[in-house]
Design a protein around this ligand. Structure first.
Ligand SMILES: Nc1ncnc2c1ncn2[C@@H]1O[C@H](COP(=O)(O)OP(=O)(O)OP(=O)(O)O)[C@@H](O)[C@H]1O
Ligand SMILES: [Mg+2]
Length: 254
């Protein structure tokens, strides 16, 4: 079993003995192998690991986008595995934000309309004050009327970040949010995500391959073969890179 615990003031999300198996027989893949991990409230966690190590699967399962094969997942006090489809959809909508690598904005809507779309669909009025805070933190005040094609990649991803945060979710998951951005635009997005943790108390879990991106986080979880194999607090780009080299070395020897 792999366990990860830090000093917690509260837990936004938790996986307990989580496993995920895809396929059967010859095509059987154990994507997650008995993973237990906590995501503390107000903490920024980066998840790293080789391609195929289970990073996206872990985030999708904890975010309720994919079924677990075994174990349990808690969002706050709610066990996802105890919910029916309708309740799960509602919980996802109200408590969870997701940022994808490919921004997933609607081209016909303005930046502002994209940001409020999930709440509009849910028939919920955005909290004006909170929305203003998010828009200012993301630095998009003067671009709200622009359509996605009129925005740079970094600005589009910041719109996607604002959309994920607008409903004030309990936790935000981001799967390689800077994967399609150049380093300057990536730094804008990462800076915003970190500010949302520092200034708004947001909880963020982010998958990345980039040690520089991971250094924005408060801790890094390292996955290999569907297990949490290490974790690092207060990461720097150098310390993360050093740790990745050790894993590479181990991989080559085995
Ligand atoms: N829908 C699926 N059906 C079958 N196997 C899957 C499916 N999704 C993922 N897998 C397998 O599960 C394992 C973990 O995949 P996952 O996408 O979580 O990896 P990852 O760490 O996110 O990789 P990457 O860095 O390439 O995005 C891989 O071996 C993958 O082939
Ligand atoms: Mg992935």
């Amino acid at each position: 079993m792999t366990t990860s615990t830090l000093d917690l003031t509260g837990t936004a999300a938790r996986a307990v003995h989580l496993s995920k198996v895809y396929g059967t027989g010859d095509t059987r893949v154990v994507a997650l192998d008995d993973v237990s991990v906590d995501f503390a409230t107000g903490q920024y966690t980066a998840i790293m690991g080789p391609s195929g190590s289970g990073k996206s699967t872990l985030m999708h399962c904890v975010a309720g986008l994919d079924d677990a094969t075994g174990g349990s997942i808690l969002i706050g006090d709610t066990d996802l595995t105890s919910l029916n489809d309708k309740a799960l959809t509602r919980l996802r909508r109200d408590k969870i934000g997701f940022i994808f690598q490919s921004f997933n904005l609607l081209p016909t809507l303005t930046a502002l309309e994209n940001i409020t779309l999930p709440m509009d669909i849910a028939g919920r009025k955005p909290d004006k004050e909170w929305l203003d805070t998010v828009i200012d933190t993301v630095g998009l005040r003067d671009r709200l009327g622009h359509k996605p094609t009129q925005l740079s990649g970094g600005q589009q991803q910041r719109v996607a970040c604002a959309r994920a945060l607008a409903s004030r979710p309990q936790i935000v998951f981001a799967d390689e949010p800077t994967g399609n951005l150049d380093s300057r635009a990536g730094a804008e997005v990462l800076g915003f995500l970190r500010r949302s943790v520092r200034e708004m108390g947001q909880t963020i879990v982010m998958v990345t391959h980039d040690p520089v991106a991971a250094a924005y986080a408060d801790r890094v979880l390292f996955l290999a073969d569907g297990r949490v194999v290490d974790e690092m607090a207060a990461p720097t780009a150098e310390s993360v890179l050093e740790r990745m080299k050790q894993f590479d070395g181990l991989g080559r020897r085995s």
